[in-house]
Write a protein that binds this ligand. Structure first.
Ligand code: PXL
Length: 269
């Protein structure tokens, strides 16, 4: 069982690959990586970060993988540094995903109602095309609104989910805050369902990556979509609650490491 995580390496700030690798590996699954960019820190709240686009390395890496006959049971894409990379991810899916493999797209583009630095509406259009090929998409509320062309914020998640099904049959929207609870919204046999946890005020960097990585790990361990959502949401919430107390500067990401053991206990019980 191998998962290919396509995401950036932010050297500091615990997001993307520095979250996916430990979380997916801890699930007992091989996590191979295709780094999209190398940054000194992530772009959220840090000034002066460096950014090295790694698209130029893709051709050589993929050529060598072809000679090895590599195939992946799951391809999970996250932060893609450029529109060109979105096209390449489509091609990687065609060339390297096994016949019954799972393609998970976390359309990392924004949060808090805004796109991250370096993204624009053309990028959103391209990301929509990638979502059309996915088995699961895992947008946060901001990304979901951009993909569905619905003003942010909305609590009408039924309309939102229905709009997203035009792109992908199984959309899972994270970070929907209403009445003091934060929910993951998804569809079960066409009906909207929510899995809710107590909301902790504040902005927690990397929370989406913790959720998506745990979701991928749980699905690849054979859990149903709903079980995987619950496991990933519980892990993310526990990490957020701990970090609210223990991490003074939230730009440095979640203390998810301290919650991995409990996550694995739940995953394997
Ligand atoms: O966690 C999302 C993310 C991933 N990668 C980079 C980012 C961000 C969010 O800011 O900047 C480089």
């Amino acid at each position: 069982m191998r998962v290919l995580a396509i995401n950036d390496i932010s050297c500091v700030g615990k997001c993307s690959l520095t979250v996916s690798l430990p979380v997916i590996s801890a699930c007992g699954i091989t996590c191979d990586v295709l780094p999209t960019a190398l940054l000194s820190t992530h772009t959220g709240g840090f000034d002066g970060y460096t950014f090295l686009d790694l698209t130029g390395e893709f051709t050589g890496i993929l050529q060598q993988w072809k000679t090895l006959g590599l195939r992946f049971d799951c391809i999970y894409s996250g932060y893609l540094g450029s529109q060109a990379q979105i096209d390449l991810v489509s091609k990687i899916k065609k060339d390297f995903l096994t016949e019954n493999g799972v393609f998970v797209v976390d359309p990392v583009m924004g949060d808090g109602g805004k796109l991250y630095k370096g993204f624009n509406s053309e990028y959103v259009d391209k990301m929509r095309a990638l979502c059309r090929q996915a088995d699961y998409i895992l947008p946060n509320l901001t990304e979901a609104c951009y993909l569905a062309n619905i003003p942010y914020p909305t609590t009408d998640t039924k309309t939102l989910l229905n709009a997203l099904t035009k792109l992908c049959p199984r959309p899972i929207v994270t970070g929907v805050i209403e009445n003091g609870v934060v929910s993951v919204c998804y569809l079960d046999d066409g009906k909207e369902k929510r899995y809710s946890s107590e909301n902790v005020d504040g902005f927690f960097h990397g929370a989406g990556d913790v959720f998506s990585s745990a979701f991928v790990g749980a699905v690849m361990k054979g859990k149903s979509e709903e079980q995987a959502i619950r496991l990933a949401a519980d892990f993310t919430t526990a990490s957020i609650k701990r970090s609210a107390k223990e991490v003074p500067d939230k730009r440095y990401g979640l203390n998810f490491e301290a919650e991995i053991f409990d996550f694995l206990k739940n995953l394997n019980s």
